[in-house]
Ligand binder design. Structure first.
Ligand code: 5AD
Ligand code: SF4
Length: 451
């Protein structure tokens, strides 16, 4: 009997990583991947709950799958995973009876067992697993797959969050902070490098709060872990995401100075430039503290490109508060950034507030902020024209002879006339020839010299 599966993943990079690990678990259990839900016996919806309408999107996708079952005269298995699974729990099968499994982010290791039990029930009844397990959810049996194809891979080092920003569901959906032991991470990194990874991005909801068990007893900080990873032969590039300003420690700043493998790009969300809003958000620092950190980081690594997250229209945000956000953005100068309208998340303290900012004001502020951020991104890209940078070429481009990848500063890049470069993922010297809104173009330096 065929056992095919399709996973659709929404949201953050950790979901992408989790989806890859679930795929490995399923394949070890005899399942075969297919590209789309239409032909799959098992559909996994790996969901995100961070912003508005996430749950509604999941329910409408579940409705679509139900209609598909009806049209095809069959009953496929459906699993809902990720943060909506954690947040909604039993509510999901109540509203969508075609759901067999609801599995929260800390219970994925139970996937084969739960699927087996679901097969016995033969389409009647469902299981909900949303406990926060004490053990690491993927155990130590992770396998390195796919890293060789693009030369870059994610590696989860930390999960969960104890910060409780007043707008955020993560501490509820992903649970308390947990750091994987350094030895497990080093072993996974070695496997990924052996499989062809040239670059690793360390993942965690609060990655710079990392404090994992050291191989020799005691604890390692993120900076110490990065230093150990930098010594792995063949590992050329390191990145980490996402960070909280409170946890940018002096040793982490120094790592940006001392580790050439640590790429000059940092995603450091600040959310707002207003001290009053920062306090109401429970961010536990002021705008000035953030600006000082950015200055320290740039002193350590002058070519550091900054990225961030912003929320506009947090309850009570005044025009002056929003102006302070624009001021902060001007002071920092971002290479890229993400910005969102505040949306109340059920169960979070900010959702209880009654001084909501009207929707049209939110929309206006978002447009103004995004215009400024886009202008900064365009200027950042323009400033790189003429430079020669080592680019990780991850995959073929859209046109013949073209390759696509990332600059050290995380700019998306298309490289033309790249047909003579070594095949496969490779780090190549590229001259930046043109800037665009969200990317740059380039030409290989070495091939051009040879021509
Ligand atoms: N409303 C809007 N944006 C949010 N984010 C998190 N929670 C909310 C919310 N309730 C944004 C923050 C965070 C990013 C991952 O999502 O900017 O850094
Ligand atoms: Fe959410 Fe704040 Fe934790 Fe980030 S630090 S995951 S925004 S609670």
């Amino acid at each position: 009997m065929s056992k095919s599966y399709a996973i659709t993943s929404f949201g953050c990079q950790m979901n992408v990583y989790d989806a890859e690990r679930m795929a490995e678990i399923l394949e070890a259990d005899g399942w075969q991947a297919v590209a789309d839900a239409e032909s799959a016996d098992l559909v996994v919806l790996n969901t995100c709950h961070i912003r508005e309408k996430a749950a509604e999107k999941v329910y409408s996708e579940l409705g679509r799958l139900r209609a598909l079952d009806r049209d095809q005269g069959r009953r496929r298995q459906v699993a809902v995973t990720g943060c909506v699974a954690q947040a909604e729990g039993e509510e999901i099968p109540r509203r969508a009876p075609n759901v067999d499994l609801v599995i929260g982010p800390q219970a994925y290791h139970r996937l084969p067992e739960l699927l087996g039990a679901a097969a016995h029930r033969a389409g009647s009844g469902h299981a909900v697993a949303t406990e926060f397990a004490a053990e690491a959810k993927f155990g130590s049996a992770r396998v390195a797959r796919g890293a060789g194809a693009t030369g870059t891979a994610f590696l989860t080092v930390q999960e969960g969050c104890d910060k409780f920003c007043s707008f955020c569901v993560v501490p509820y959906t992903r649970g308390a902070e947990y750091s994987r032991p350094a030895a497990d991470i080093l072993a996974e990194a070695r496997r990924l490098v052996a499989a062809g990874a040239l670059e690793l991005t360390l993942l965690g909801q609060n990655v710079n709060a990392y404090h994992g068990a050291a191989p020799d007893g005691g604890e390692w900080s993120l900076a110490r872990l990065l230093a150990a990873l930098a010594e792995l032969p063949g590992l050329e590039r390191l990145r980490y995401t996402t960070s909280h300003p409170l946890e940018v420690t002096p040793d982490l700043v120094a790592a940006h100075r001392d580790l050439p493998q640590l790429m000059p790009y940092l995603h450091l969300p600040v959310q707002s430039g207003s001290d009053a809003v920062l306090q109401a958000m429970n961010r536990r620092h002021r705008a000035d503290d953030y600006l000082r950190l950015v200055a320290d980081l740039r002193a350590a690594r002058p070519d550091l490109a900054m990225s961030g997250d912003f929320i506009v229209g947090f309850p009570g945000e005044s025009d002056a508060d929003f102006a302070a956000t624009l001021d902060l953005v001007r002071a920092v100068g971002y290479a890229q950034a993400y910005s969102f309208k505040y949306s109340p998340r059920p169960g979070t303290p900010a959702a209880e507030r009654e001084d909501a900012v009207p929707e049209p004001v939110k929309a206006e502020r978002l447009a103004a902020l995004q215009a400024l951020l886009q202008e900064q991104q365009r200027r950042f890209n323009e400033a790189s024209v003429g430079r020669v940078l080592p680019v990780l070429l991850e995959r073929p481009g859209r046109r013949p002879g073209q390759r696509a990848g990332r600059t050290p500063q995380m700019q998306a890049i298309h490289v033309d006339a790249a047909q003579d470069l070594p095949p496969g993922p490779v780090i190549s010297r590229v001259r930046i020839t043109a800037a665009h809104a969200n990317s740059v173009s380039g030409m290989p330096v070495d091939a051009a010299a040879a021509a």
